[in-house]
Design a protein around this ligand. Structure first.
Ligand code: ADP
Ligand code: ASP
Ligand code: MG
Length: 501
């Protein structure tokens, strides 16, 4: 059995959904379970409705809801023809009425709670999955819509719920396995789940990838396919750098590091369930049926380049904490880390000197209460609009001169580096720059480390043989790798990685 996940752009229109149906039909013998995102842009629109309605802007939100309704019904009629679309419309209308009531309720109570937000955002995937399932059926695929909220069980951390694997395994098997044994193709929404008690939750923005991996692990899939709008995982975001190349094969550890440090093509937690069960993951292009994409497995052949890829994580803040005079150094560090722990702060990069400590966090996750707490023990300043640039590659371990090449290249781009981290993870070099410098820095680094054609020889020479040295370490260790290992539920299976599609 395989899991196939299609992202927002892959289901954004009737034409895109047609392509999805063709791709799924080409895999029908492999017992696919299909997971879809909301149509492109829909989750953002729901977020915006949820922000506007409580501030009293109910009419704007209701107007946006009406266009959303028209878009879904129009897509359905393009896919299904008038008669079948009318039947589907009567199934979809109750969802739009529910949404309308909810928006009016938000305007009345003037508040959107995290729990309410998950309820609101769940409609995007509910609607798209119902339409896709019907479009499949109309094309002769034996599809069955499955309510993800009855399969995926999470805790109650609304907006970023944590999956409860044992229960998910039980519920998902009960719901999905009988369908597969009848040769049906289950179609479900990604991103959404529910608590044990049935309250809707979401896995965080971009979480449909994660749903695919959770369901893949729960059902012990042979492979997990992430179908998106690019050729696979690339050497950098192709939107930042048009010269980005597709990475044919990459290891779990490298791909996890890239996802964590901003490669939006995969939700950062996606690989955890796959790693636990050693299930190969493929990133493929839904606009190209013949796509071979990227294969992500426990071990990947060494790359010809020094690094596997470059990513940038934007919207980051640097917090500088400087000890007030008279505070003992060891006591100072303890107090700072205790404060971070109290606020469950997830810190990316830390730099420590005797009496000061700087750390970075995603700005939206930086609790104001943490800053207030730190101000009790130190002078605190906070700088927003920063970004972490991260170069990842398992082959960099133990090779001299690589950091120097990275920082020289950044200097050539006339970009100022604010913080540096190398060593915590042996498979990456990361540093902080101002967000506005990201395009310049990434393009320079990409040109240097992934030279195209003629440039290649000249730059390899300039690299002083860095590219030529032998691989020292066969497998990645590093902080994230051991963190992944610590989260293992059961030992990785013996399954060999499947071939490319
Ligand atoms: P989907 O809707 O299919 O989930 P996303 O928009 O979430 O798609 O992710 C795909 C996008 O990720 C691409 O369009 C690309 O701009 C971006 N991206 C960022 N970094 C990378 C990378 N290293 N490789 C490929 N795509 C990347
Ligand atoms: N629709 C959700 C989002 O936009 C989940 C996803 O697309 O993966 O965040
Ligand atoms: Mg995505």
């Amino acid at each position: 059995m395989i899991v196939m996940k299609f992202g927002g752009t892959s289901v954004e229109s009737a034409e895109a959904i047609e392509r999805v149906a063709e791709i799924v039909a080409s895999r029908s013998k492999r017992s696919p379970v299909v997971i879809v995102s909301a149509m492109a842009g829909v989750t953002d629109q729901l977020v915006s409705m949820g922000q506007k309605a409580p501030s009293g802007d109910c009419e704007i939100s209701l107007g946006a809801l009406e266009s959303m309704r028209e878009r879904h019904l129009h897509t359905a009629s393009e896919l299904l023809g008038k008669k079948r679309a009318a039947t589907l419309a009567s199934r979809l209308e109750p969802y739009f009425s529910e949404l309308e009531n909810f928006i009016r309720g938000l305007a009345a109570v003037r508040e959107l709670t995290p729990r309410g937000s998950d309820y609101l955002l769940s409609f995007g995937e509910l609607l798209s999955s119902i339409i896709v399932a019907d479009a499949f059926a109309a094309r002769g695929l034996n599809a069955a819509w499955v309510d993800s909220r009855e399969c995926l069980v999470t805790d109650a951390t609304y907006t970023r719920a944590v999956p409860q694997m044992a229960e998910t395994r039980e519920r998902a098997s009960k719901k999905i396995m009988p369908l597969l044994s009848k040769k049906r193709i289950p179609v479900m929404g990604g991103f959404i789940a529910s608590t044990r008690e049935g309250v809707p939750t979401t896995l965080g923005r971009g979480g449909s990838d994660y749903s695919a991996a959770i369901i893949g692990a729960a059902l012990d899939a042979d492979r997990i396919e992430i179908w998106t709008d690019v050729e696979g995982m690339m050497t950098t975001d192709p939107r930042l750098c048009p010269d980005a190349r597709t990475i044919k094969q990459i290891s779990f550890n490298e791909a996890a590091e890239l996802a964590y440090f901003g490669a939006k093509v995969l939700h950062p937690a996606t690989l955890l369930p796959a790693i636990h069960q050693n299930i190969p993951v493929y990133v493929l292009n839904s606009r190209n049926l013949k796509s071979t994409g990227t294969e992500i497995t426990a071990q990947a052949p060494r790359s010809r380049d020094v690094f596997r890829a470059i990513t940038a994580k934007k919207a980051v803040s640097i917090v500088n904490v400087v000890a007030s005079r008279g505070i003992m150094v060891h006591g100072f560090l303890r107090s700072v880390f205790e404060a971070l722990d109290r606020h469950a702060a997830s810190v990316d990069i830390v730099a420590i000197s005797e009496v000061s400590l700087s750390f970075t966090m995603e700005t939206k996750r930086l609790p104001q209460a943490l800053l207030a707490d730190l101000e009790q023990i130190a002078d605190v300043t906070c700088e927003n609009d920063q970004a972490i640039i991260c170069l990842v590659g398992e082959d960099i371990h133990g090779k001299p001169g690589i950091a120097a090449s990275v920082f020289n290249t950044v200097a050539e781009a006339e970009v100022n580096i604010r913080m540096i981290s190398q060593g915590a993870s042996e498979i990456n070099i990361s540093f902080v720059v101002s967000e506005s410098d990201v395009p310049k820095a990434v393009r320079h680094l990409h040109e240097y480390f992934f030279p195209a054609g003629k440039n290649k020889m000249a730059i390899a020479k300039r690299n002083g043989g860095v590219r030529e040295r032998k691989r020292v370490n066969g497998s990645a260790s590093g902080v994230r790798a051991s963190r992944l290992a610590n989260q293992k539920e059961k030992p990785a299976g013996k399954r060999a990685a499947a071939g490319t599609p």
